[in-house]
Write a protein that binds this ligand. Structure first.
Ligand SMILES: C[S@@+](CC[C@H](N)C(=O)[O-])C[C@H]1O[C@@H](n2cnc3c(N)ncnc32)[C@H](O)[C@@H]1O
Ligand SMILES: [Zn+2]
Ligand SMILES: [Zn+2]
Ligand SMILES: [Zn+2]
Ligand SMILES: [Zn+2]
Ligand SMILES: [Zn+2]
Length: 456
């Protein structure tokens, strides 16, 4: 229901160690898990007519039952119904019209759907919690309000919400309340359920891993129209991708969007919400970006909650090309301005005069190690035999050649930031193919994509 997976294919080269030759194949870029989409095809494979046909049929079966226009027409009809006739099928994640009731009579159906509920689709729909594919972690109210107030204070009033459905719905609610400056918002997300609640000007079915508009022409036109700034309008792109996502394809998509917006004098303002341990990867793709100290937290994520101490703090940060000096972080949460660094930092992030920086990345207070000549995590101690700081219980006998993945002397493979991306081990191109030419069925090769997790 939520996706047409065969539209989002990427070409992957695998280095086959035994034979020594790379062999490239197509796989789904949107689904991290083979269970969600097992599409697989060698690049040079000849696909039989029979299989093409099977694919096409399989593909048709997976299409949503209604088009975006149909869904939205149903929605408008739904809103006009009296409360007692407004029902939502939880099993099918569908707003029901009277004619649908019989078909869903054995399903779990919510009755008396209020206008307030309709305004909060992210609460009505159940979050897709498949960790590898969707990881639909919804912002806590605190983080949503922070972002919206920030946009307002910066005069950003056209918000392109790439994978931020809750932010999008709160913008619409704010607009209807009339206490704030009106903002326009366009949601671009792979979760097609959201088109039930949004017109074609408000939602595009989009894959951010390969910059693919499922609605072909219409989606692209909507996006381009949205990015045009009239006098007094200022666009910002805000995205909160699933953490398992690869940095490079995401950056590629954001650059494509910027290119549609394009201005020769300025960069398009971007807020990319992602864990702090992707900092170096993101900066590789976007050298002008800086990471803010603000901790983004989520309502439905047990770990990533604001107010925790030590290792339990949310690792999710905001990466932006706007000047960090202009982004005021809330002082009632302990954030303060560091005049040396010219940015707002968290309360525990103490300025180090030797490093001349507020060095902490994870919200804990780091300390300076004179031997290493830099600040390190509080749980690390300087080890004479390794000649660097490391976790107390690290194993010195292991070769001090450092990380197996990136070669860095300071950490082991298990905590390598690059472990969180398979970009190092697998190179790939992103390509778009017409879905009628694609398929599903076949046994997948070994391909492991490691998800982002918080290192020690
Ligand atoms: C971590 S959640 C972010 C939700 C956000 N925190 C909010 O509260 O609005 C990731 C979002 O990206 C969407 N998403 C996942 N994979 C996607 C893809 N390949 N293309 C576009 N959107 C995707 C999910 O449907 C989900 O809405
Ligand atoms: Zn149903
Ligand atoms: Zn500082
Ligand atoms: Zn220091
Ligand atoms: Zn040290
Ligand atoms: Zn050691």
């Amino acid at each position: 229901f939520t996706r047409a997976p065969y539209l989002c294919i990427e070409l992957i080269s695998l280095y086959n160690k035994k034979e020594g030759a790379p062999r490239r194949f197509y796989a789904c870029s949107a689904c991290r898990d083979r269970k969600d989409c097992n599409f697989f095809q060698w690049e040079d494979e000849k696909v039989s007519e029979l299989r093409l046909l099977a694919r096409e049929q399989n593909n048709k079966r997976k299409q949503p039952p209604f088009s975006h226009i149909e869904y939205y027409t149903r929605y408008r009809h739904f809103v006009s119904l009296p409360l007692i006739r407004r029902r939502f099928c939880q099993d099918c994640q569908l707003l029901l019209l009277s004619g649908d009731w019989d078909e869903h009579s054995s399903h779990s159906v919510l009755c008396d759907i209020s206008v307030a509920q309709l305004r909060r689709p992210s609460q009505l729909l159940h979050p897709l919690e498949n960790k590898k594919t969707n990881a639909q972690y919804l912002f806590a109210e605190r983080s949503c309000m922070f972002l919206l107030d920030l946009f307002e204070s910066l005069g950003l009033n056209k918000i392109l919400c790439v994978g931020t459905p809750r932010l999008h719905e709160l913008i619409k609610i704010r607009n209807s309340e009339g206490h704030h400056q009106v903002m326009k918002s366009l949601l671009m997300d792979i979760d097609f359920r959201y088109c039930q609640f949004n017109s074609e000007d408000e939602f595009c079915h989009y894959n951010m891993f390969n910059h693919y508009f499922f609605d072909a022409e219409q989606g692209y036109v909507t996006c381009r129209k949205f990015l045009l700034e009239e006098i007094g309008e200022r666009v910002v792109l805000v995205s909160d991708p699933p953490f398992g996502g690869l940095v490079k394809p995401l950056a590629h998509s954001f650059k494509k969007i910027s290119a549609i917006w394009k201005s020769s004098v300025q960069e398009m303002p971007i807020f990319w919400i992602f864990p702090y341990f992707f900092e170096s990867r993101i900066k590789e793709c976007f050298p002008t970006f800086s990471m803010l100290d603000y901790q983004v937290d989520y309502e439905n994520h047990a770990l990533y909650k604001y107010g925790k101490k030590g290792r339990r703090q949310s690792p999710v940060r905001i990466f932006t090309n706007l000047s960090p000096r202009d982004i005021i972080l809330p002082s009632d949460e302990g954030y303060r301005f560091c005049s040396q660094c010219q940015r707002y930092v968290s309360s525990e992030n103490k300025h180090c005069d030797i490093c001349d920086a507020c060095p902490s990345k994870d919200g804990r207070q780091w300390r300076h190690c004179l031997q290493c000549n830099k600040c390190v995590k509080p749980t690390w101690i300087h080890c004479m035999s390794c000649n660097c700081c490391a976790l107390k219980d690290h194993c010195c006998s292991k070769p001090s050649s450092g990380c197996f993945i990136c070669g860095d002397k300071e950490h082991k493979r298990s905590i390598c930031p690059q472990k969180y991306s398979s970009e190092n081990h697998v190179t790939f191109h992103i390509i778009k193919l017409n879905f009628t030419k694609l398929n599903s069925i076949q046994s997948p090769p070994m391909r492991k994509r490691e998800r982002g997790q918080q290192p020690e």
